[in-house]
Design a binder for this molecule. Structure first.
Ligand code: ADP
Ligand code: ADP
Length: 227
């Protein structure tokens, strides 16, 4: 069975004045255990809305979603989210950011130090573990956010245009690092992007979302394995 199952999900927003907008309409797809799955489509087609619903940050207007066969209902640490900007805490060092993630995951204080090292090595910031995020480049800050989120022990990592604010060179480095992180941590990833090159480079499978009315075109689901 799939890790994540999205079944006939829709989202209708009510705007000021009573007009409604169907941001997402009848979307269904699966994400399998251990894969990097990209949700690809043009700006405004509803990708972020789908991801926020999977994260439990918003409720669907119709349909349902299941993680490990359990229906998604509200936010939970089993679904870690990384946004385009700023998910690291500026008032905590790199080390403390990662330890905070572990605290949420119930890791005892005594064990946090050693385990933090593992995550900090994974994002290649050992030399900067006592630095504050504001002292680091955008790419490094994003690595801290990824490590802190992984330290929560999520069952699936949700990423919303995570490298969209970075320059091209940093973006490539981050994409390569991301692949090695997934190999090390065996986490399942659902990444939202409008960047087809990013999707092809990163993803085992790409789910195309069309612009209107935001339906996933199942017939266009394409598999990419080993690049
Ligand atoms: P994407 O991530 O593909 O760019 P979004 O999910 O952000 O698309 O948005 C899909 C559509 O829903 C857009 O037309 C957007 O303006 C609209 N939308 C998103 N969030 C809201 C909201 N909170 N209220 C009203 N409309 C929204
Ligand atoms: P890098 O040094 O890795 O090339 P920068 O720090 O120059 O990245 O970031 C590029 C742009 O994106 C800048 O305008 C910066 O303000 C913005 N930016 C990058 N990361 C973040 C972040 N986490 N929060 C807010 N803005 C960011």
């Amino acid at each position: 069975s799939p890790k994540l199952a999205v079944r006939g999900v829709g989202k209708r927003y009510r705007l000021n004045g009573g007009k409604t907008i169907d941001a997402v309409h009848d979307v269904s797809f699966d994400v399998m255990e251990g894969e990097i799955c990209a949700l690809l489509g043009p700006s405004g087609c509803g990708k972020s809305t789908v991801l926020r619903m999977v994260a439990g940050l918003e409720d669907p207007s119709s349909g349902a979603m299941f993680l490990d066969n359990a229906q998604i209902d509200g936010p939970h640490k089993s679904r870690g989210m990384v946004f385009q900007r700023y998910t690291s805490f500026d008032w905590m060092t790199v080390q403390k950011n990662v330890e905070y993630g572990m605290k949420i995951n119930g890791v005892s204080k005594a064990d946090r130090g050693a385990q933090a090292d593992h995550f900090i090595q994974m994002i290649q910031l050992s030399k900067f573990k006592n630095a504050y995020p504001c002292q680091l480049s955008g790419g490094m800050q994003q690595r801290v956010a990824i490590a802190r989120t992984l330290a929560n022990g999520p069952s699936i990592l949700l990423m919303d245009e995570p490298f969209g604010a970075l320059d091209a060179e940093t973006k490539w480095q981050m994409q390569e690092l991301m692949i090695s992180i997934v190999e090390t941590s065996k986490v399942t990833v659902l990444i939202v992007t409008h960047d087809i090159e990013e999707a092809i480079f990163l993803a085992d499978r790409i789910i195309f979302m069309s612009r209107h009315p935001g339906t996933v075109r199942e017939n266009m689901v394409t598999e990419f394995k080993d690049g």
